[in-house]
Design a protein around this ligand. Sequence first.
Ligand SMILES: Cc1ncc(COP(=O)(O)O)c(C=O)c1O
Length: 442
Amino acid sequence: MGSATAAKQLDAYWMPFTANRDFRKEPRIISGAKGHHYTTVDGRKLYDLFAGLWTTGLGHCHPKIVEAVQEQVATLDYAIGFQVSNNRSFELAQRVVDLAPEPFTQCFFTNSGSESVDTALKIALGFHRAKGEGHRTRLIGRERGYHGVNFGGVSVGGMVPNRKVFSANLIPGVDHIRATFDLEHTAFSRGQPEWGAHLADDLERLAALHDGSNIAAVIVEPVAGSTGVLPPPVGYLERLREICDRHGILLIFDEVITAFGRLGRPFAADYFGVMPDIITTAKGLTNGVIPMGGVLVQKHVYDAFMHGPESMIELFHGYTYSGHPVAAAAGVAALDAYEEEGTFEQAAALAKPFEDLLHSFAEHPKVLDVRNIGLMGAIELKPREGAPGARGFEMHKRCFWEEEIVLRNGMDTLQFSPFLNANIDDLTHALERIRHVLDTID
Ligand SMILES: Cc1ncc(COP(=O)(O)O)c(C=O)c1O
């Protein structure tokens, strides 16, 4: 790259969540992947420290998934999904339900995490209306929450830059409980912070303000991910569940990151032993290979819709690609691989060594906080004076160019999503390189 022609070739693509103009000066472009590594257009091999984008826990180009996709696309590339469907979508729905905690009996397919979130919010509103409680319209999210980029998800989300431009257009009737993060009390916690269960009582405050009978649902990530990995305080999720039960509010866990093994269990609901009414998923459902999401509901949620004339559509919602056969084939193959390879057990076994590696940064003079749970981790750096985010971004770039590592930063927080089957020596080596960059950066 670098020539005028090469630069022009980059112009047409408006990249998501990217500093586009800066990127064009130093394009970081990947053209291949295998296992735990990427290859770049100029032939460099990079270690992927983020498993795609929290997506690809099994590693890239997993042979079983590649084969399943190739076979499926040559057998049934697409079939209409409304009033007719394809065999693979039913197969995958059953597999997901079998993997999920027992109360979950149905799965609605989407194409992304954002669509899963908006689907879940609509299901929650439809549920109450079907139960004769159409006045329950208020939705509650959490500050610092990330629920994708569609209008529903941004409205219940709590990441300020994502909301700022659309502030006046977000959906009405939404409120937020407080984030579960306070450096003064939670810094350098290993796993769940001891402090903070009481923050769930913020929901009680909103129930008092709006009257609980007007609230349809509360949506939280069991572990806030994109905002920089905030594990829930001990007892917090249990308390949220209790308050929801007290007021007849549905609890939605957004498990787009945590589902399919990121905490060493199939779902975060299993890990924490707290059952929401609805679970949103995406990413690991197909190992990131084909876009797909799924919304899992408990039986009582599904049953509420199954009334009225049988020839009537019960939920006026769905996507052209809901249950896409090629995506579903990728999903079945990913679930097979998780099971056959003991991937969730591998992830569980890696959690403690990974925690120790991350916390070895705790004393570093440029580090404000280290957080982790399962195979999710964050090292929050001290920002540069007057330039928040600059140090984190430079870490990302230097790791890419000098250390052959794809490291993700959210502002000044370095985020870690190792492969579920990562090798501890690779992780140790990558973290050593990161320490070297951190030592030498301004
Ligand atoms: C918790 C959560 N919800 C929703 C989303 C949005 O998913 P997508 O980017 O597939 O729309 C994400 C993406 O990272 C996420 O982490």
